[in-house]
Design a protein around this ligand. Structure first.
Ligand code: HEM
Length: 338
């Protein structure tokens, strides 16, 4: 009988593996739409698992709700909602001016992701965990809910520091710059005002509002004096103040009332009232909190749609903070299949 050489099996498996690998890549649509039912059959308990984890984290520290919403925003605006900001990279987007010593909540997202990994390993992306976490965090502090679209995949690498610095807005930006910055991400002036409304929760460091409380003219003088107490003209850069001093841990429409009484903390907050087209939207949200709630949810869905990786692009990281495991796995696979 003819003896089949071991080389035969070697080539057979080699072609078999690559044939199916590329066939799957071709079948998967690269511009697949996100969908709220994406994990219904592959990980039906994913959403309830994330919710339990996020609720607990917000109970432990109320500010965490704000930090998670912001983390999702800073993820989506830089290279799309791909969890790139979660990668523990000391030279990329994490050290951009707008992020460094400022964005937080990484360990909370990682804990939620690991809770999901323990029930369905390798299925749910970090980008989706973060999008769901932002929604659950908002609800945990009194905000209205929205339906999160799912099916994002994770980036293999962090974005650059330069990209983050150009794509994320700055607290010194004038109104036209803020508007065009959001427009670049397909977000309208209404989205800009609604999303800025998340400054109804959370804190800011003295370094981000110092110039406003010492020099700006469109500020309530009593408010400026009050804020100066914990934010000296020099030093104390990291001293915190609430973005909404009335109800700092409740997701309501007080942020817009503050703007009307010239008590917005950041320059980029107060400018929304300074001119049209945003001024009338701010006034509308003061009179109609329900409209703010529904616009906020709709804008979060739009923001969550920014350039997602879907289908065969990107990967599902097993750890949100690093790609070490995936890299090891691909080295192992290439060694054992080639
Ligand atoms: C319009 C342009 C925006 C600018 C210039 C801006 C700027 C800032 C700054 C400077 C801080 C304080 C950071 C610090 O001191 O470390 C902050 C905090 C925050 N931002 Fe914004 N932001 C903007 C839009 C948004 C959007 C669109 C969202 C969410 C959808 C958001 C959510 C938050 C939250 C929740 C906090 C508090 C975070 C915490 O307490 O950890 N911001 N923002």
């Amino acid at each position: 009988m003819m003896k089949i050489s071991s080389n035969y099996y070697y080539y057979y498996y080699y072609y078999y593996y690559y044939y199916y690998y590329f066939a799957i890549l071709l079948i998967l649509p690269s511009d697949a739409q996100l969908s709220s039912t994406f994990y219904d059959s592959t990980c039906p308990d994913a959403l309830s698992t994330i919710r339990t984890s996020i609720r607990q984290a917000v109970t432990n520290e109320q500010r965490m709700a704000a930090s998670l919403v912001r983390l999702h925003f800073h993820d989506c605006f830089v290279q799309g909602c791909d969890a790139s900001i979660l990668l523990d990279d000391t030279t990329g987007e994490r050290v951009a001016l707008q992020n460094n010593n400022s964005v937080r909540g990484f360990e909370v997202v990682e804990a939620a992701k690991q809770a999901v990994e323990s029930i369905c390993p390798g299925v749910v992306s970090c980008a989706d965990v973060l999008a769901v976490a932002a929604r659950d965090a908002t609800v945990a502090v009194g905000g209205s809910s929205w339906t999160v679209n799912l099916g994002r995949r994770d980036s293999p690498a962090a974005a650059t520091r330069a990209l983050a610095e150009s794509d994320l807005p700055r607290f010194t930006d004038p109104l036209p710059t803020l508007i065009s910055n959001f427009e670049n991400k397909n977000l309208s002036e209404r989205d800009l005002v609604a999303l800025s409304g998340s400054h109804t929760i959370g804190q800011a460091r003295c370094v981000t509002f110092r110039d406003r409380i010492y020099g700006n003219e469109s500020i309530d003088p009593d408010f400026a004096i009050k804020r100066r107490r914990n934010c000296p003209e020099s030093g104390g850069n990291d001293n915190l103040a609430p973005l909404d001093e009335v109800t700092p841990n409740v997701f309501d429409n007080n942020y817009f009332r503050n703007l009307q009484s010239l008590r917005g903390l950041l320059e980029s907050d107060q400018v929304l009232l300074s001119d049209e087209p945003t001024r009338s939207i701010v006034l509308e949200y003061i009179d109609n909190p329900d409209r703010f709630d529904s616009d906020f949810g709709a804008a979060m869905i739009k923001m969550g749609d920014i350039e997602p990786l879907t289908g065969g692009s990107g990967l599902i990281r097993s750890t949100c903070g690093s790609t070490l495991l995936e890299n090891r796995l691909s080295i192992y696979l290439s060694y054992h299949t080639l």
